[in-house]
Design a protein around this ligand. Sequence first.
Ligand SMILES: Nc1ncnc2c1ncn2[C@@H]1O[C@H](COP(=O)(O)OP(=O)(O)OP(=O)(O)O)[C@@H](O)[C@H]1O
Ligand SMILES: [Mg+2]
Length: 273
Amino acid sequence: MDWIVETRDLTKVYGDGAEVRALDGVNLTVREGEFLAVMGPSGSGKSTLLNLLGALDRPTSGEVYVAGERLAEVRNLDRFRSRTVGFVFQMHNLIPTLTARENVEVPMQAGPIPRRARRERSEALLAQVGLAERADYLPAKLSGGERQRVAIARALANQPRLLLADEPTGNLDSASGAEVMTVFRQLNQQQGMTVIVVTHDPAVARSTDRIVALRDGRIVRDELSENPYLEDLREFRLSALGQALLKGRVPEAIQGMGLESLLPAMQSVLSRV
Ligand SMILES: Nc1ncnc2c1ncn2[C@@H]1O[C@H](COP(=O)(O)OP(=O)(O)OP(=O)(O)O)[C@@H](O)[C@H]1O
Ligand SMILES: [Mg+2]
């Protein structure tokens, strides 16, 4: 089975008097290496779903399997959470008195990694999210987007297989939000990390590969999102350069740059969009 996440009839009911059916029979499967967005109006059950996938809460009924484990049977949920899943929330929750690097090291402190290796690892993680130069900064000296990227590095501290993010761009301006999404995309493409992002923002959702929409605790839509580059490629095909390449010609002005050898590939891509 190559599912990293599978839910069966997952249901969560809050309260006992006036009951709220936050999730109502959700069947969701996610393959290892997928990058997906969970959308839906406020109160539709997005955070509830994410919390159940990350074992932050228990379902009322139904099952959750993550990375081959049936969560109801996992004895040590703390260990499961710290090893298998990484969480990123809307509020980054960095410790204000610790530097970016020290914040990233916090989750490693429970494990067996020696001090020096922890330091190296947290520096490598910060470099991965584009913050090598900011390792010694306190959170207050970082921008909102940078803080959120530190939070992503921290979520990666124990090499989780699954990254769960609840509105990670919710407090950010669109440029910082795009940077955060780029980091997720890179982790997904370069390391095959499975990433599930809850978002209200359709633009954020479109930058993933698959959109699952919830309404009243049920999945009402589950579809692959269109490749975000497709529109750009279509526009490029209509340009003078795109037209020339499509016809198998490299315009004189840019000859001799090595494009000739790429021509067949470019022609083939442009003829398919
Ligand atoms: N701890 C709780 N106790 C009681 N009801 C809750 C609790 N947590 C969530 N709910 C209710 O469950 C429903 C789903 O909540 P959830 O937080 O999953 O929604 P959401 O889709 O994440 O919304 P938002 O976009 O506003 O974050 C809502 O009606 C909410 O009021
Ligand atoms: Mg929520």
